[in-house]
Design a protein around this ligand. Structure first.
Ligand SMILES: [Fe+2]
Length: 270
């Protein structure tokens, strides 16, 4: 069946996200993670244009996928009240290996104004905030290590080295809101990540005849021209995904870029 030529997605009418499924092949030494699933969701932008009912539908869908790990790519909400609600709602999903979040540029504005309120709220909700930091979870046979970059948003410097004590049985994931952070700061990783994830672009939010605002120079200073606006690449030397995310900012609809979440299944060896 041919894909529709013209499709609008309007937040308040949100029913379900498109689920992009991908198998991530990792070395046999990561056998402890074989079959584990990671769900990556970014750019929820909870607001009057992506209200509580829409968020509930998204989280019901996410819960039904029963991921082992939930990864959140930032831009949770458009207002402080919605941000608090988004954190609370996301915290109700309790995947076995945990939930990890980086903050987005929209969250960052509030982060500056309100100090450490957002990281503390995330922690209270059982979500690990990663602000130029990493966190790990012990599993039988290996550790999951997730590192999160914030530097390009807050204009801070990344002073830590990620994955410094990582062994060959550890699954390493690097997250950032801005795709450019993943390439700009990959040198801060002592060992390359097995997976790198970013959001922010909304896949251009409007795509027509293969063109998006990024095709005509939108956010030139913030984007890495070598990376896709939406999709996977191995160009940095590790698998990297730029998600088109779920919600919208500024203009409350998407054109030909469906709200999307990513279910990634780990396959170790062969
Ligand atoms: Fe966003």
């Amino acid at each position: 069946m041919r894909a529709p030529f013209f499709r609008l997605y309007y937040g308040p009418a949100f029913r379900a996200a498109q689920i992009e499924r991908r198998t991530l092949h990792v070395p046999a030494a990561l056998g402890a993670f074989d079959g584990k699933t990671l769900l990556f969701m970014s750019d929820l932008h909870m607001s009057d244009m992506f209200p509580e009912a829409a968020m509930e539908r998204l989280l019901a869908q996410a819960g039904a996928l029963r991921p082992d790990v939930l990864l959140i790519g930032g831009d949770l909400a458009e207002t402080e009240a919605y941000q608090a609600r988004a954190v609370e709602m996301l915290g109700k999903l309790r995947p076995e290996l945990g939930t990890f979040a980086v903050v987005g540029n929209n969250d960052g504005k509030r982060l500056k104004r309100r100090g450490a309120v957002l990281p503390a709220a995330l922690r209270r909700a059982g979500i690990t905030p990663l602000i130029d930091a990493e966190a790990s979870v012990e599993t039988p046979g290996g550790r999951l290590i997730v590192a999160g970059l914030n530097a390009l948003i807050e204009r801070t410097r990344v002073r830590v080295t990620f994955f410094a004590d990582s062994g060959e049985g550890d699954l390493r994931i690097l997250m950032a809101h801005y795709p450019k952070s993943l390439t700009q700061y990959s040198g801060r990783c002592a060992k390359p990540p097995h997976l790198a994830l970013a959001g922010h672009t909304h896949g251009g939010q409007f795509r027509f005849l293969g063109l998006t605002p990024y095709s005509i120079g939108f956010e030139l200073s913030k984007t890495d021209r070598g990376l896709p606006v939406h999709g996977w690449t191995d160009i940095p030397g590790f698998p990297l995904l730029v998600s088109p995310g779920v919600g919208t900012s500024r203009i409350p609809f998407r054109l030909n870029v469906p709200p999307t979440v990513h279910l990634i299944t780990i396959r170790a060896g062969a």
